[in-house]
Write a protein that binds this ligand. Structure first.
Ligand code: ATP
Length: 144
C-alpha cells in the first residue's frame, strides 16, 4: 500500500458512525486511515480501507508514530467514551491537525470538544432527527 498522503482522512473509531464515514470517504475516492482499539473491528475493516490499525488514539505519541502529524483531516467517531473522545481530540490538536471533526453525544460533550480543539462538532442523532422531521412533513401532502 502507498504511504499516507497529506489529503488522507483519519477516521478514529470504526463503530456504526465512523464506519459509515470511512466507507463513504473511500467510495468518494479518498485515502482513509482507520484507527480503532478493538481488534475485531480492525479485522472487519482491514480490507475495506486504505490502512487500518489497532491503537489507542488518546495517546499523542502513538498517533505520531502512525504518521498522524502528516495528516490534515481527522474524524473522531468515538461516542460513548467521552473521556477517550476528548483526549483524542486533544492529542490531534497537539499534533497540529488543521481539520478536526468530532462526533458529540450531547450538547455539553460538544462544548468540551470545541474547547479542546475540534474545528467541527457534529451531533448525528440531533441532525438526523431534524432531517426526519422535515422528510415526514414533506411527505404529508401525499396523504391529503
Ligand atoms: P456508534 O454509535 O458509531 O456505533 P458509539 O457512539 O457507540 O458508536 P463507541 O462504541 O463508544 O461509540 O465508539 C466507537 C468506536 O470507537 C468503537 O469501535 C471503539 O472501539 C472505538 N474507540 C473507543 N475508544 C477508543 C480509543 N481510545 N482509541 C481508539 N478507538 C477507540
Amino acid at each position: 500500500k502507498p504511504p499516507i498522503q497529506s489529503d488522507s482522512v483519519a477516521v478514529i473509531g470504526l463503530g456504526r458512525f465512523g464506519g459509515a464515514v470511512a466507507e463513504s470517504l473511500m467510495r468518494m475516492g479518498h485515502e482513509v486511515l482507520g484507527i480503532d482499539s478493538n481488534a475485531e473491528l480492525v479485522q472487519k475493516w482491514a480490507d475495506r480501507l486504505t490502512h487500518v490499525v489497532q491503537a489507542d488514539a488518546t495517546d499523542a505519541e502513538v498517533l505520531r508514530q502512525l504518521g498522524m502529524n502528516h495528516i490534515q483531516h481527522a474524524v473522531v467517531a468515538i461516542g460513548s467514551d467521552i473521556e477517550a473522545s476528548v483526549l483524542t481530540v486533544l492529542a490531534l490538536e497537539e499534533l497540529g491537525l488543521r481539520d478536526i471533526w468530532a462526533k458529540a453525544t450531547g450538547t455539553r460533550h460538544g462544548l468540551i470538544l470545541e474547547r479542546t480543539g475540534a474545528h467541527h462538532v457534529v451531533h448525528p442523532e440531533a441532525a438526523m432527527g431534524e432531517r426526519v422531521a422535515h422528510l415526514v412533513t414533506g411527505k404529508m401532502m401525499d396523504f391529503l
